[in-house]
Design a binder for this molecule. Structure first.
Ligand code: NAD
Length: 497
């Protein structure tokens, strides 16, 4: 074991060791020799302690006025802003994405925290007329209790904040289990929450593997909400586990996002968008562009422009500001990417650029792969159908808009899609008919803003949305309140026919 800093679990306002007595090393994916930190390999007993603490804290936190909860969130946001550069540098070291993108990740947490702080003075319900005289009708949001969060590694601080801040402002308490690969960014977020005034027990963190901690995080009867972001495979299991006790279950899962490029598109813009969408975050975004549907008349030109630009992308350690694409997160993800490249070739797609692991010099220290593009991709191919979660883009050809929309919808996922066209009729038709939770016109499939609902259709999600006021619906339940001030028994129409 190295002499790197040891990070503990955070339970009931204190940093504590796991009952397991075991730890694991978290290494930099751009440099395997660098241990970013040593983290607790927690067990079910740790989760129980955290849920118990959250349960106890809930008794007071739910009654703490929402505007006061908002004031704490404002302080957290301000502190994240002040510490943004350091938090982002640490995030690049543990996750690998380039520094400009980790700054964006931290910024997303700042934006979400400010946004939800403001909700402390809104959390609007409605008032509405009653059927009866001297009776008052209204709705209020009530919190649910303890929320368990299971989060992925690709947005180490943004995604945890997307769950934590709406949950807290509604009056819930939290136990979070970060991805094994990115616990440092969550530990940093938790430390800020603690220092800026979140009371003990209101936020808790346990680190360790999902397979060991999933059950205790979900099955504890005190847990009333489970919010998960990750693969569809794990999400399905979580959904089934939550169903038994009717727990609120919010799932954000995989994607196979498409960019349509019509023959009238601004090609420079479309190429720019496709490069950013496909290779930003090394293609490891749930909203990453992994499919292009390109009109037959321009596919040749579009493909050559893409090849030229992809070849010039600078790949390396994301802490170097000139680097445009970082490594894959770990050996497993690199192997998956390389195996899909082989599958693409075997299935008959045409590898037009990339396709190799990058080796030699500093590349040998990390999990680097070339930005990779396949042409002549067809709908039966696995690289068209399956999420790869790496820098691999497939280009397929369409004859017209109707076919493009059909191809766009030919996926089990439904997160994000985009169209590049100068024709407003085509743009609106695609906006209406492509069945996803997010749609862009003349912009890439990535780049969500915090004040709009975020989530997807089909196997990407289970109907809930994160971010915006839509997130409040996950972390609160409606209570309809009727106040009769007539002094007599009045019967509603349901009982008065
Ligand atoms: P993953 O499903 O392997 O892991 C996600 C989290 O679940 C991690 O914390 C992991 O430890 C935990 N986990 C693993 N097995 C578990 C189990 N049996 N029970 C409970 N928890 C378990 O996903 P990942 O590799 O971390 O992330 C990549 C996936 O996440 C991709 O499919 C991507 O599309 C998806 N993702 C979706 C969104 C979205 O908003 N739709 C955002 C980011 C990532």
């Amino acid at each position: 074991m190295s002499d790197s800093k040891v990070f503990k679990n955070f339970i009931n306002g204190e940093w504590v060791q796991s009952k397991s007595g075991q730890t694991y090393e978290n290494r930099n994916p751009a440099d395997k020799n660098e241990v970013v930190g040593v983290f607790q390999k927690s067990n079910a007993a740790d989760v129980k302690m955290a849920v118990d603490a959250a349960s106890e804290a809930y008794k007071k936190w739910r009654l703490y006025p929402a505007p006061k909860r908002g004031e704490i969130l404002y302080k957290i946001a301000q502190r994240l802003l002040a510490d943004k550069e350091s938090l982002s540098q640490q995030m690049t070291r543990e996750m690998g994405k380039v520094i400009n993108e980790t700054r964006g990740d931290t910024q997303e947490a700042i934006d979400m925290t400010f946004y939800m702080a403001g909700e402390g003075r809104r959390l609007f319900g409605m008032t509405t007329p009653s059927e009866m005289l001297n009776k008052f009708d209204m709705t209020i949001r009530q919190p649910l209790g303890v929320c368990s969060f299971i989060t992925p590694w690709n947005f180490p601080m943004a995604i945890p904040s997307w769950k934590m801040m709406p949950a807290l402002i509604c009056g819930n308490t939290v136990v979070i289990k970060p991805a094994t690969e990115t616990p440092l960014s969550v530990a940093n977020l938790i430390q800020v929450c603690h220092e800026e005034g979140i009371p003990p027990g209101v936020v808790n963190m346990v680190t360790g593997s999902g397979s060991a901690l999933g059950d205790p995080l979900i099955n504890n009867p005190a847990v009333r909400v489970v919010s998960f972001t990750g693969s569809t495979e794990v999400g399905r299991k979580i959904s089934q586990a939550c169903a038994t006790d009717f727990k609120h279950c919010s799932l954000e899962m995989g994607g196979k996002n498409v960019q349509i490029v019509m023959d009238d598109a601004d090609l420079d813009l479309a190429v720019h968008g496709a490069l950013w969408g496909a290779f930003g975050t090394t293609g490891q975004r749930c909203t990453a562009t992994s499919r292009i549907v390109c009109h037959k008349d321009i596919v040749g030109k579009f493909t050559s422009m893409m090849i030229e630009r992809a070849r010039s992308l600078k790949v390396g350690n994301g802490l170097d500001a000139s680097i445009e694409m970082g490594p894959c997160i770990n050996q497993g993800q690199l192997d998956t990417v390389l195996s899909y490249i082989e599958i693409g070739k075997k299935d008959g797609a045409k590898l037009v650029t990339g396709g190799e692991r990058l080796t030699g010099g500093d590349y040998d220290k990390g999990f680097f792969v070339q930005p990779t593009i396949f042409g002549e991709v067809t709908q039966s191919m696995r690289i068209w159908r399956e999420e790869i979660f790496g820098p691999v883009l497939g280009i397929a050809v369409c004859n017209d808009l109707a076919e493009a929309i059909k191809m766009a919808n030919d996926t089990s996922y439904g997160l994000s899609a985009s169209i590049y066209t100068r024709d407003i009729n085509k743009a609106y038709t695609a906006m209406r008919d492509v069945y996803t939770g997010i749609f862009y016109v003349n912009a890439p499939t990535i780049g969500a803003e915090t004040h709009l609902p975020f989530g997807g259709t089909k196997e990407t999600g289970n109907g809930h949305r994160e971010a915006s006021t839509a997130a409040l619906d996950v972390f609160s339940e409606w209570k309809s309140v009727y106040v009769d001030f007539s002094g007599s028994l009045q019967r509603a129409q349901i009982d008065n026919q």
